[in-house]
Design a protein around this ligand. Structure first.
Ligand SMILES: Nc1ncnc2c1ncn2[C@@H]1O[C@H](COP(=O)(O)OP(=O)(O)OP(=O)(O)O)[C@@H](O)[C@H]1O
Ligand SMILES: [Mg+2]
Length: 347
């Protein structure tokens, strides 16, 4: 599928066949790959061309491949706008918890990934779904960016197996789409992709499924809270006043009467800066205890304060979450995990 993003439709701007929903099936058998392209009419004048360029792209990307391209006629009018996937794969998941914030870049993904690893260290069965279809960061933060989850058909249903590393099951759109492709998706397509990353995944038995939410309070969020049986959410913020103003929007989104999901608590990230060479020192660059004040204002618990430490950023970039280590910044996430598990138990 990832490879097929390179097959562009000459008559539809820069759109590719995956985006246009023309890929009906991809089957593999040894080194043979059979792609079935769906056309809306017989004798499409571009069919020959698209068959040729699909083969060319497969041959260019997969050395030694035997490429076959078939076609099928499908009425595009019947294609549903929203996927109806059901929630069977979540049957054995105890708590589904969104990791959210109103604002971007406050460390949701860092917190989500480390919280997942820390919960696993405490002995819980944990999965994490990266719901940030426009900017997935889980593959990089877990060092799994070159892996490809397995998918197979079970009757009419398609099932995706999560990746497993550091004792956690991971799923992200980043494993399937190139980042520059996901960015141009329009609302409905992004929502469908997101639903697949959660509802079509064989999570199995889990104590916690964390959902790393994209920043903001837009389409994706509404789709997410309506289609996925979230148990609740944790909100991440920095102590800074401008970040807190957006947190307010995040809190209100979950408290809105049509959504109405409990907020387990607030996590204050980048609460202070501690340089590696002066581990006792704390510098409150984004202000002191802003998160604490916000938590009080909204009557939600402050679940933890995570310092701004170079090691946390480096560990994220290296794909080895700091929560794996017994350094103080790693232990901060273990403490947080305990608090989150406690709050979830009270739901
Ligand atoms: N406590 C921390 N200490 C040091 N660096 C951090 C900390 N938290 C986050 N970072 C770094 O800040 C950057 C942004 O973090 P992250 O990607 O987790 O934010 P986000 O809220 O998920 O962003 P987005 O809104 O884009 O999804 C990353 O480079 C990350 O490594
Ligand atoms: Mg993120």
């Amino acid at each position: 599928m990832k490879i097929l993003y390179d097959v562009q439709h000459p008559a539809k701007g820069d759109k590719n066949i995956v985006e246009l929903g023309m890929v009906d099936k991809v089957e593999t058998d040894g080194n043979k790959v059979t792609v079935t392209l769906a056309f809306s009419r017989h004798r499409d004048p571009l069919a020959e061309y698209l068959i040729g360029s699909t083969k060319a792209v497969l041959i260019r990307h997969i050395p030694g491949v035997e490429a076959e391209v078939k076609t099928v006629i499908k009425d595009p009018g019947k294609k549903p706008a929203g996927l109806d996937l059901g929630t069977e794969e979540l049957t054995n998941v105890k708590h589904i918890i969104g990791v959210a914030s109103g604002k971007g870049g406050v460390g949701k993904s860092t917190v989500a990934v480390n919280l997942a690893v820390a919960l696993a260290r405490l002995g819980y069965k944990v999965g994490l779904a990266d719901a940030d279809v426009y900017g997935p960061s889980v593959p990089k933060m877990t060092g799994t960016e070159n892996e490809m989850p397995e998918a197979y058909k079970e009757g009419e249903k398609e099932v995706i197996m999560p990746l497993e590393k550091y004792g956690v099951k991971w799923m992200s759109i980043g494993y399937f789409a190139k980042p520059e492709q996901a960015l141009i998706w329009r609302g409905p397509m992004a929502c469908n992709a997101l639903k697949q990353m959660i509802l079509q995944v064989r999570w199995g038995e889990l104590d916690f499924l964390l959902i790393d939410m994209p920043p903001g309070t837009g389409d994706i969020h509404i789709s997410l809270v309506h289609d996925i049986p979230l148990s609740g959410a944790v909100i991440v913020s920095t102590p800074q006043a401008v970040a807190l103003a957006d947190v307010e929007k995040g809190v209100n989104m979950f408290r809105n009467s049509s959504v109405n999901k409990p907020i387990l608590g607030l996590i204050e990230n980048m609460a202070w800066f501690t340089p590696a060479e002066l581990p006792e020192n704390r510098y409150y660059i984004f202000g002191k205890d802003g998160g604490k004040a916000m938590a009080e204002k909204y009557g939600i618990p402050l679940l933890g304060q995570i310092p701004l430490v170079q090691g946390i950023r480096e560990a994220g970039d290296d794909g080895e979450p700091v929560a794996l280590s017994s350094r103080p910044d790693g232990e901060a996430f273990v403490l947080l995990a305990e608090k989150v598990a406690g709050a979830a138990a009270l739901l």
